[in-house]
Write a protein that binds this ligand. Structure first.
Ligand code: GRF
Length: 217
């Protein structure tokens, strides 16, 4: 058997997607392991989750660096020291420079709480509800220099409800995030993804995201 893919997870807060990855990695057949969690904020709940799972953690506080480049240089250094194969952004609230993104090209993925390319940026749920969108959802994608762009790996669509608030919609979307992030990592670890002309092709007879979008009755 090939060795598990070594994940570095970057967080800034509560870490529920980190937890979903921790739980997935605990499954006997999951082809990846979390080798390092990096937070740019000390004392966040995500770090508590990582420590509880016995995962090495690093805090790299952006406020300790004179500019973004120096901050990111340190992040890359800790990730490379830990021999990370794939970097997973999981609620990491810093904008990344082109240099960082290009350095980790095709080895850097993100989870975003909307059906990209709709609703890039912040406050996605409030904006979707204001627009009267009938569906929202979430996306896992390879990261490219422009914010919230890059080849889409998997999405889950979540119907909105008339009485939704940003909070109730966020809760249902988050449950889907926790399902699709580990799935994306699994495909990468199993070597099932190819990027062709900005599209991600999944080398599998049937793609499980279809089941997520149209859950069986
Ligand atoms: C998630 O909604 C994720 O999609 C977005 O930031 C949030 C992080 O939540 N990028 P958590 O820290 O994983 O609970």
């Amino acid at each position: 058997m090939t060795r598990p893919l070594r994940l570095g997870v970057l967080i800034s807060g509560r870490g529920s997607n980190l937890q979903a990855l921790i739980d997935a990695c605990a499954l006997a057949d999951f082809p990846a392991e979390i080798a390092l969690v990096v937070s740019n904020v000390a004392d966040v709940h995500g770090l508590t989750r990582a420590k509880a799972a016995g995962i090495p953690c690093a805090v790299v506080d952006h406020k300790d660096f004179c500019d973004r480049a120096a901050f990111e240089k340190e992040i890359t250094a800790v990730l490379e020291t830990a021999k990370i194969d794939l970097v997973c952004l999981a609620g990491f609230m810093r904008i990344l420079t082109d240099a960082f993104v290009n350095h980790w090209q095709d080895r850097l993925i993100n989870i975003h709480p909307s059906l990209l390319p709709a609703y890039k940026g912040l406050n996605t749920h409030a904006r979707a509800l204001e627009d009267g969108a009938k569906f929202s959802g979430c996306t896992v994608h390879f990261v490219r220099p422009d914010m919230d762009t890059g080849p889409i790996i998997i999405q889950a669509a979540v119907p909105t409800r008339n009485n939704d608030t940003p909070e109730t919609l966020a809760m249902r979307v988050l449950a889907c995030e926790h399902a699709i992030y580990p799935q994306a990592v699994r495909w990468i670890a199993e070597g099932k993804l190819r990027i062709i002309n900005n599209r991600v092709h999944v080398d599998e007879p049937s793609t499980p995201h279809e089941a997520l979008i149209n859950p069986p009755a």
